[in-house]
Each structure stands twice: as structure tokens, then as C-alpha cells.
Ligand binder design. Structure first.
Ligand SMILES: Nc1nc2c(ncn2[C@@H]2O[C@H](COP(=O)(O)OP(=O)(O)OP(=O)(O)O)[C@@H](O)[C@H]2O)c(=O)[nH]1
Ligand SMILES: [Mg+2]
Length: 288
């Protein structure tokens, strides 16, 4: 549980978890200036100070310390309910990540639209059909989580983790309740929203290059072809040769061809990567 200045909420969150019988709780503090750490320690749970920056640093710290085969990440602001944890555990053995899809009533309209746009962009780029990629409650299988290579400073940790799991492993979702937050938000709507969209684009280049190169190929091919047809027709029908435009059309078509070639090579590499990962997984499974 990543926490930063959550003195108003942390006690309630931990009491609720403990009342449901969850004992292996790791609170990762981001150097809170209020009483968060004292309150958490008074509940008898493990509390550590994070290394690295922001929520990403907190999650990386947790991944390095968790001894159990699964780990559930949840915010410490009382928005997530302990009663929902069982839904994750029911499917834990089949997936590398299970994302909690938040009920909408306590998400304000602007965030709802923003989350929708981010999730749609994400699905398009990563060929997934996820409903809430910004959710702060999700279960990870610890072993593959240790292989995650998180780069996003600050707040994009949740989306970056989904991006990497979507490419390398199995991912699913379950519906969960989302309550009104206790205490002050750390998130700035516009700054974080645009940052996440930008990050999704960057990660697509790294994790799903086939998509990016296909888009570049299509974007260059359509105007290139249109210009070529137009210059060809005006040369044939009117006898005027627009050499500049013809050259531009040729450049666009060549660029498109190149993007298509690079895209196909990335596709081949991605497929072999998937095959190798699958074989390694099977080999790993048969050892036990
Ligand atoms: N350890 C640590 N925890 C953080 C840091 N920043 C935020 N958190 C915690 O991460 C969780 C998510 O932060 P929130 O402020 O709730 O952000 P959010 O859930 O995206 O946004 P709202 O709940 O809508 O305000 C909370 O438990 C925060 O206390 C940080 O730098 N370090
Ligand atoms: Mg929150």
C-alpha cells in the first residue's frame, strides 16, 4: 500500500483490512510529514520507507520486499474496499495481473472522461480490451512482477505495469467498489492526464512497435497514393507535370514502405519473443 500523508485515511483502511483477516500488509511510505507512519505502525503492520520517486518508487520498493506469491496493490486513501479482495484471489492462479474496475459513482465527470480516453487509447495501442487502466487496485503475481522494468517517475506506475503485463503475460479484470476519497488528492488532473497519454504513446513504441509502424505506414501511404494519382492524372490528361508534388508522393510512399518493413520485422521479433517466453514458462512449469 503506497501512502503519502494519509493520516486521515490510513487507520480506517488498515482496520478494515485487519477485520477481514488480512495480515500480510506492507505499507510503503513516501516520507509523509504527518502521522501516517505512526498510525500504520500502531496497527502492527509492516511499514517501510520507499526508495525511488513517487508512487512508482513505492511499488518498486514493495515488489523488492514481498515474500508471497501474489501481491495486491491498493491506495491507502479508503477508496478501495477490503470486501473486494476475494474477487481477485478467486482468479489469482490463472493470471499475471488482475485489475479492479472501479464503480463510477465516486469518480468526478472530468476524471471519468479522462479515464475513458486513456483506457481507449491504451486498448487501441496494446490490442487489449481493458475498462480501467488507471485503477489503483490490482493483484500481481509476484514472480513476473519482479521482472517489471518501471521507468515512469511519479504517477504512471499503474498504467506502465498494465502495459508491460499486457505485452508479456495474461491479464484480466474484476468489478470493484470505488468510494469517495478521505483526505487530499495528490494528483493534478490535467498534468497527470496528459502525462499518462504521452507515456502510453512512448510505451507503445517500446512494447508494441508493430502498432506505431503500421500507423506511420498508413499515414504516409494514403496521402502518398492520392498525390501520385493526382500528379499522374494531371500529367496524362492536362499535360502538366507537378514534379515537386510527384517527388513528395514518392518520398511518402518510400517512407510508408520502409515503415511497413520495419513493422513486419518487429512483428516477427515480437512473435519469436512470445514463443520463447511461452516455451520458457512451460519449461519452468514442468520443473515443479
Ligand atoms: N509511497 C508513496 N505513496 C504515494 C505517493 N504519492 C501518492 N501516494 C499514495 O498513492 C495512492 C494514490 O494517490 P492518490 O492521491 O489517491 O491518487 P489517485 O488515487 O490517483 O487520485 P484520487 O484518489 O482521485 O485523488 C495514495 O495512497 C497516496 O497516498 C508517493 O510519492 N509515495
Ligand atoms: Mg486514490
Amino acid at each position: 500500500m503506497p501512502v503519502l500523508n494519509e493520516e486521515g485515511a490510513i487507520g480506517m483502511v488498515l482496520d478494515e483490512l485487519l477485520s477481514y483477516g488480512y495480515r500480510h500488509i506492507l505499507v510503503v511510505d513516501g516520507y509523509s510529514k504527518d502521522k501516517t507512519v505512526q498510525i500504520a505502525e500502531s496497527k502492527g503492520v509492516n511499514v517501510v520507507q520507499q526508495h525511488g520517486m513517487g508512487k512508482t518508487g513505492a511499488i518498486q520498493t514493495a515488489i523488492g520486499l514481498v515474500p508471497t506469491p501474489y501481491m495486491l496493490v491498493m491506495d491507502g486513501d479508503f477508496t478501495y474496499a477490503a470486501a473486494d479482495i476475494e474477487k481477485f484471489l478467486d482468479h489469482a492462479h490463472n493470471y499475471d495481473q488482475i485489475v479492479g474496475v472501479r464503480s463510477r459513482e465516486n469518480i468526478n465527470r472530468l476524471h471519468r472522461i479522462g479515464n475513458g480516453v486513456i483506457s481507449k487509447c491504451f486498448n487501441l495501442m496494446f490490442d487489449t480490451s481493458l475498462s480501467d487502466v488507471c485503477s489503483g487496485m490490482y493483484l500481481l503475481r509476484t514472480e513476473p512482477a519482479k521482472e517489471l522494468d518501471l521507468h515512469s517517475g511519479g504517477f504512471n506506475a499503474d498504467v506502465e505495469i498494465i502495459a508491460q503485463t499486457a505485452v508479456r503475460g495474461e491479464i484480466t479484470e474484476v468489478p470493484i467498489e470505488y468510494r469517495a476519497r478521505v483526505g487530499k488528492p495528490k494528483l493534478s488532473t490535467w498534468k497527470n492526464g496528459t502525462q499518462i497519454i504521452y507515456s502510453v504513446l512512448i510505451w507503445t513504441r517500446v512494447y508494441n512497435p508493430v502498432f506505431i509502424f503500421s500507423v506511420i505506414a498508413t499515414l504516409a501511404f494514403i496521402p502518398g497514393l492520392a498525390l501520385l494519382v493526382w500528379t499522374g492524372l494531371s500529367w496524362l490528361l492536362q499535360g502538366t507535370f507537378h514534379s515537386g508534388w510527384a517527388l513528395f508522393a514518392a518520398i511518402l510512399l518510400l517512407g510508408s514502405g520502409e515503415a511497413l518493413t520495419v513493422g513486419s520485422i518487429s512483428l516477427l521479433i515480437k512473435r519469436s519473443e512470445a514463443r520463447i517466453t511461452k516455451r520458457l514458462k512451460q519449461a519452468g512449469a514442468s520443473r515443479y
